[in-house]
Design a binder for this molecule. Structure first.
Ligand code: GRF
Length: 219
């Protein structure tokens, strides 16, 4: 294929707060040739996030931007994040275990994704993060839980849903066994959603996302 007609990989920036397991999964998928994207920057909102070490090891530019340095005014914090992101011209911003509320600028509207470890709208929104999500699901006695990939807006875990994957909740589940079962699904769902975005196959229609057929597909 001539150089000029080869599609450029989607430029993805990642926001994270913690272990960076989702980032690690994306890097593995990219290395395996399953995900046609390049990660152009990683931003953490806390010091010592392992995800930053993972990014550095992969030679990805990293930034640590702390809400407390902006007196917890999330608009100001978000502006600082956007400033660094935009210097890398991302096509898509992916929140991968990011716990701050990022106020999305107009320039990135409909270009920020999040993954949440429940079937939104259950066990989602402010206060539902990390093991609290799974504690709440087990305490409520739900029979299934799962993960949701969605476009982010300026509210926690709102925004149009792209994909959901379901797992059973077992009688002897603890928050950590349930989290592990869901994370396995996340490792498929997030790359799939990003690939669909890269292929231009996601159309937002209000709160709904339509997944368009692959080009060349007959269905
Ligand atoms: C995942 O469970 C994801 O659903 C949630 O954060 C977790 C990943 O965070 N948004 P990390 O990569 O383990 O820090």
């Amino acid at each position: 294929m001539p150089e000029s007609s080869r599609k450029k990989p989607l430029r993805v920036a990642v926001l994270l707060s913690g272990t960076g397991r989702s980032l690690e999964n994306l890097l593995t998928r990219i290395a395996d040739g399953e995900l046609p994207v390049t990660i152009v920057a990683v931003v953490a909102d806390r010091e010592g996030a392992r995800g930053i070490d993972i990014a550095k090891a992969a030679n990805i530019p990293t930034y640590t931007i702390l809400p407390r340095d902006y007196d917890w005014v999330m608009e100001e914090f978000s502006k600082a994040v956007t400033y660094e992101l935009e210097s890398h011209e991302p096509d898509l911003v992916v929140m991968a275990g990011f716990l701050s509320l990022y106020k999305i600028p107009d320039t990135l509207e409909q270009r920020v994704m999040n993954i949440h470890p429940s079937l939104i709208p259950a066990f989602a929104g402010k206060g539902y993060y990390t093991s609290r999500v799974h504690e709440a699901a087990i305490a409520r006695g739900v029979r299934v839980s799962g993960c949701t990939v969605h476009f982010a807006n300026n509210e926690y875990d709102q925004g149009p849903i792209i994909l959901q994957e379901v797992v059973p909740v077992l009688a002897d589940d603890t928050p950590s066994t349930l989290a592990a079962r869901i994370f396995e699904k996340e490792c498929e769902a997030y790359p799939t959603a990003i690939r669909l975005f890269a292929e231009g196959r996601l159309r937002i229609d209000g709160q709904r996302v339509h997944i368009l057929p692959a080009s060349g597909s007959t269905s």
